[in-house]
Design a binder for this molecule. Sequence first.
Ligand code: 5GP
Length: 141
Amino acid sequence: MPSYDPNNIFAKILRGELPSYKVYEDDKVLAFLDIMPRSPGHTLVLPKAPARNMLDVTPDDIAHVMTVVQKVAKAQMKAFAADGVTVQQFNEGAGGQVVFHLHVHVIPRKAGVAMKPPASEKEKPDVLADCAAKLTAALTG
Ligand code: 5GP
């Protein structure tokens, strides 16, 4: 497996070099909205420590990431009146991974509504800002 590349796009977001619609942060984890959401509120949860994917992350970091995934999923049910939540995580190109800093997709679902295809359309900034505000309120409320 290739080594971690500190110039991947999520590393730049973690360092504050690129913007994101942040919804949750603690000392070990950051969560922000996917800019090409597969449904409104699609969130990415990642460890702050460098890890390419599930194959090199420390057990402590992945455990904490999954704790935050659960928090985000519960908040999405409330914030988006969701009927369910899809959780996805991809490892290496062959496993469907495109950005090589570990992240877990947390995607709110409505009954009978299909997810958009991956990376199909960049969402409008005002829609992302509205989703981030709703989710942040549900996470902190
Ligand atoms: P994966 O590596 O899990 O296959 O997919 C990477 C995900 O990152 C995709 O869902 C894509 O929409 C999202 N993505 C790609 N570039 C950016 C970006 O600059 N900002 C954010 N927030 N998401 C991104």
